[in-house]
Design a protein around this ligand. Structure first.
Ligand SMILES: *[C@@H]1O[C@H](CO)[C@@H](O)[C@H](O)[C@H]1NC(C)=O
Length: 146
């Protein structure tokens, strides 16, 4: 038999949303002080190119740092080409661009919430981080970790 590898787990943790407002300049190079864990954990959250999600990103990133959440974090950013051209929040979190499926290719329906599942699959398919992880924590941007 091959080496015993820990299972890749997908965990969705729900946390009560605590409103947080912090200066953007405090974000800096976040999570560089993350503690080590005996397993490899990666945290994902999914957003679009909008101020609404930027402020949530600021709060979540701050709470991840303050709580000592182990492992790395990736923001899955799904934006239309038009929104991406004018987006100014790229530095708010470690980011992986994922395709925007907000507009259904056949029906034209507008449903941005659809972006999270294919965004996670895109990350699993394309990210080197996804090849070196035991647990993936999937959060919503409006969550805070305590
Ligand atoms: C992910 O990979 C699977 C298997 O290769 C493929 O069927 C699927 O279309 C891919 N999805 C995305 C979103 O990249």
């Amino acid at each position: 038999m091959g080496a015993l590898l820990p299972p890749l787990g997908l965990v969705v943790l729900l946390f009560f949303n605590v409103a947080s407002c912090y200066k953007l300049s405090e974000m800096g190079n976040q999570l560089q002080d993350m503690p080590k864990a005996p397993w490899r954990m990666h945290t994902l959250f999914s957003v679009e190119c909008r101020d609404y999600f930027d402020w949530q990103t600021v709060g979540l990133m701050h709470s991840l740092r303050k709580s000592g959440q182990p492992g790395s974090v990736t923001r899955l950013l799904s934006c239309t080409d038009r929104d991406m051209r004018v987006y100014r929040g790229r530095d708010l979190a470690p980011t992986s661009d994922v395709p925007s499926l907000s507009k259904h290719p056949v029906t034209g329906d507008w449903y941005p919430a659809i972006n999270k599942p294919p965004g996670v699959v895109h990350w699993l398919n394309h990210s080197d981080d996804a090849k070196n992880v035991d647990w993936v924590v999937i959060l919503d941007a409006d969550m805070n970790v305590v």
